[in-house]
Design a binder for this molecule. Sequence first.
Ligand code: CMC
Length: 429
Amino acid sequence: MTAKTAALSVDGKSVDLKVREGTIGPGVIDIAPLYKETGMFTFDPGFTATASCESKITYIDGDQGILLYRGYPIEQLAEHGDFLETCYLLLEGELPTKAQKADFDYRVTRHTMVHEQMLRFFHGFRRDAHPMAIMVASVGALSAFYHDSTDINDPTQRMIASMRMIAKVPTLAAMAYKYHVGQPFVYPKNELDYTANFLHMCFSVPCEEYKVNPVLARALDRIFILHADHEQNASTSTVRLAGSSGANPFACIAAGIACLWGPSHGGANEAALKMLEEIGTVDRIPEYIARAKDKNDPFRLMGFGHRVYKNYDPRARIMQKTTHEVLNELGIKDDPLLEVAMELERIALSDEYFIEKKLYPNIDFYSGITLKAMGFPTSMFTVLFAVARTVGWIAQWKEMIEDPGQRIGRPRQLYTGATRRDYVDINMR
Ligand code: CMC
């Protein structure tokens, strides 16, 4: 069978470009030779039609609302798996055997403490610092504390840095929370599992016994699974781009956290909850729907829409169920925010504007209500996203570093600025 090609002609020059097929999903036209052959670049701001890399980790079918990690549907992993098992799967490509799982859990657990000097680093922040600001800085600062795992060319150091980040990012996240609320830091307790330990570090205080609620721990674990990876989203692409220059893994993950903070990405869970609080009551929903549709109003319904999903975000479905489980467990009936959320969802899903633009609730729409009910302040929501996504970033970074064809990421541009001109002395301007 002859290989499929795509023909392109421009300025009298023709070029046959190779078409590459994936295992599922759309194929790609390999435009790497285009500039050499035609002297032109392609133009795709926002990368709406550009595959930036080859990957075997996560697959999304946005039209069907399908999300697979290493081929496994998110629904099955969220129902039957746990977060560390998902981490292993994303990193290693296969579900672990019992022995592999026990070994992995053990290794992550043994890395949960952070260097004691990190505590002093934390004390440099103002008490009102946003916990995401603390996360960007403290994860980046890990490279100053763990010099022995920054050589990206050494597979053992890469592995140690990966384990360190999966284990220490929750500890740093809990410390950011404790610092924010003015309580003492709580050291990790290694007899607890990953997520229970995180709840313990966030919510226990030295003066009282704290018992982890297993329903809440399971719900949070599921939230972590849902957020663990999402192919080449903005923060993951940031991690890959930062990593492509050879930067150390801690610095790369800090770059990903910085990108995640934005309200169009991970910051949307915080923004969605603030929006629900601002709407306040069901009778005010039409006003906000009208604003979302108004071209002259920058307001958007936070937690709605997605670059890839043009159908219900499969994570949002699981999230909605988890929200109900958490509220039931905590005995929260008639939560006004949930009432606004459900009605907003109902109205938006039947509104012509949202139907036509295929704007469905995304994962951030329900996660905020759940996290708030668990006791997290809104400023922590994106931090929790970062805790979960750390493994996805690491898996994608590792895949890139291990690719023998890896080169520095260096996009080009369409220049529309001034053409060459001569310097004018300041007295003559
Ligand atoms: N409310 C109202 N209108 C919207 C919304 C919204 N939430 N989202 C998109 N639109 C409209 C937008 O105005 C545009 O209309 P038109 O074609 O008339 O100009 C059209 O839908 C397409 O929007 P876009 O901005 O071109 O789409 P995008 O793929 O560049 O942006 C998005 C995707 C997620 C940034 C956007 O939908 C958005 O801002 N949503 C709210 C923020 C949010 O919930 N983000 C979380 C995403 S999921 C978690 C994650 O990945 O981190």
